[in-house]
Design a protein around this ligand. Structure first.
Ligand SMILES: [Zn+2]
Length: 111
């Protein structure tokens, strides 16, 4: 999913991205389990699963917003992506960009 030339990959922050993917997958799985018939009819299971899945997804989004940073100016790439890029392509931008949008850092490309 990450391209070799992306800043995230080259600055060795791809584990942060994968943690985000795992959080989304975990949230999705919890939601799926919550809506299975034997579980969804039991509020003591359904409610915590659905709330838990929301926490996973929101936590994952928050994580990706604050965790991926420029090596030079410490700008949060995820936050910039969410704030400044268009809603439908912020994610694509985040995982493919090779330059810091704030300071233009390409440190990671010099290897
Ligand atoms: Zn920067």
């Amino acid at each position: 999913m990450l391209t070799d030339g992306s800043y995230i990959q080259r600055s060795r922050q791809s584990w942060k991205f994968w943690l985000f993917v795992v959080a989304l997958a975990g949230g999705g799985l919890a939601l799926l389990i919550g809506f299975l018939p034997p579980v969804s009819s039991d509020p003591s299971l359904f409610v915590p699963l659905v709330l838990g899945s929301s926490c996973f997804v929101l936590g994952g989004l928050l994580w990706i917003c604050i965790s991926i940073k420029c090596r030079r100016c410490k700008s949060s790439f995820g936050w910039i992506a969410v704030r400044k890029k268009q809603q439908d392509n912020w994610f694509a931008w985040l995982i493919t960009t090779d330059t810091c949008p704030v300071c233009g850092d390409q440190e990671a490309l010099k290897k």
